[in-house]
Design a protein around this ligand. Sequence first.
Ligand code: PAF
Length: 283
Amino acid sequence: MKIISSIEDMKNEMREFRCQNKTKGFVPTMGYLHEGHLSLVRECVKKSDYSVVSIFVNPAQFGPGEDFEDYPRDFQRDSEILRNEGVDCLFYPSNEEMYPQGYKTYVQVYDLKNKLCGRSRPHHFTGVCTVVLKLFHIVNPHQAFFGQKDFQQAVILKRMIRDLNLDVNLRVLPIVREEGGLAVSSRNTYLTPEQRKAALRLYQSLQEAQRMVDQGERKSQNIIQIMKKNIESEPEAQIDYIKIVDTENLDPLSELNQDALVALAVFIGKVRLIDNTIIKPEG
Ligand code: PAF
């Protein structure tokens, strides 16, 4: 596995593949790899002639007071894991390489960036779109792999790809869960054992939503109310939002008569966790 830190070297390395009849797959990450990342990496390696993974903790997507400094990092471990998974190239740029002095350009997908997580993290998706567009230009992949846990991120990036006529196919893979249902996340490492137990409420409440819909409930308000009650009975939990929305424009749905995204963000202590499920009502 090649490890490259300079953008210029990376672009030189990547250029030739686009002309050959070979598929290049890409998994952008912020490192501290877990099973969620590995499901993306494995699919990328399997479905591409040449696989690229990036590790970059992107300062532009963290707001003031968020966990940029504390975000877990372990490059040695990550690079060993990726080598064992058969990845061809690892891109590992520095902050100065990605955002040199005088950097001024940011990408915004209006409207979508302000919904769901965007309400409490107003700069987050601008940072995500900016770094992902830069990475797409540097790596120039045919296909890129993202996880459903960050569903809003995937919706926004798909819109960016469409609006800016980018030549990359974005693939979204299912959420990977720990035993008990907690969605795998780098931020789970911040949880104490008690908080980890409390965090199971997130998945349980999503399952409850599915159960209610299976039993014929269609009113979003009623489903959200039960989910809220379930989560709020856990003293460590503080709800940021619970929403039932359209899977493409992320607008709230008052009735579940079509495929819907049930999404939530909940603080367990100081740790903000997100999770979601797609509900397909029958009949
Ligand atoms: O999902 C993530 O880990 C990040 O938002 C991404 C896509 C790597 C951009 O920094």
